[in-house]
Ligand binder design. Sequence first.
Ligand code: NAP
Length: 288
Amino acid sequence: MRTIDGKTKICGLIGNPVEHTLSPLIHNTLAEVLSENLAYAPFLVQEEGLEMAVKGAFALHVQGLNVTVPYKSRILRHTVALDELAARIGAVNTLVRQQDGYKGYNTDMTGLRRAMLSDGVDIAGRKVVVLGAGGAARAVAFMCAFYKAERVYLLNRTLEKAERIAAEVNESAGRDFVQAMPLADYGRLPAGKFIVIQGTSVGLAPEGERAVIEDVAFYEKVQVGYDLIYRPFQTKFMGLVEAAGGEACNGLKMLLYQGVEAFEHWTGRTVSEALADRVYEEMKKAIT
Ligand code: NAP
């Protein structure tokens, strides 16, 4: 059993709700295996208490915080510095203690990139299809720009939302490479094989088995399909990708690596892929 003493680094998660989070499992397992004197706890924060929570955490010498829904954008005004990618996206999920406050990072996206690289998938120079235009898909579009994807097709049920994101990302990147399309127009995608990132909430448990696109013809174009959803562990989207001969992954690795990267920021340690795999197995047990 780990002991908490006067030198324990305290980290945690702020958000609302926080009761189903896997983050304590990620960080407390990493701390235990690496003999890092760190303890991690979830903190339920109401909207009106957000500023107080960040100031209070700083006053209490909290080393770092993860930030989850609904505060990933609102937290920016309570940071003293921002990592470049987080600034571009305008969303922060990790706060790292500095001398005068917290610096904000977006390890959701560096984590997704690392999860993809650990599967041998690099978006640099590739054509990527992103399904959805909510908070997660928006961050993915910025990540594709940052890590130099060749082109992004951003498909959403509500076209205006995809158009807004495409305009923002293209302006920030200084190149016209994100193309917004109505979801129903997936048949107009050019020929070829794509990396597809499923960023809609369609198929999320406890909703029944559904995929945002059910037409098998679409899946012929998928080389690798990443569903950001991890509950259920095997989504219908993943099943359709695999049935058409593609590789499919769920969002659990993204969640794992956003945690790994936050942990590395807070401790200065490096988490090996073998250790990350071990934590992944624990997460899998916890959700299945
Ligand atoms: P969000 O902002 O609410 O966006 C939802 C998206 O889903 C929108 O693009 C919406 O389209 C689309 N959508 C919803 N119902 C639809 C339907 N019936 N048909 C077609 N499109 C539909 O949600 P978010 O925060 O971006 O999250 C999206 C997903 O990513 C969630 O499932 C979440 O669990 C997952 N996620 C995973 C991680 C991770 O660590 N793995 C992190 C963040 C998010 P409209 O714009 O037309 O409404």
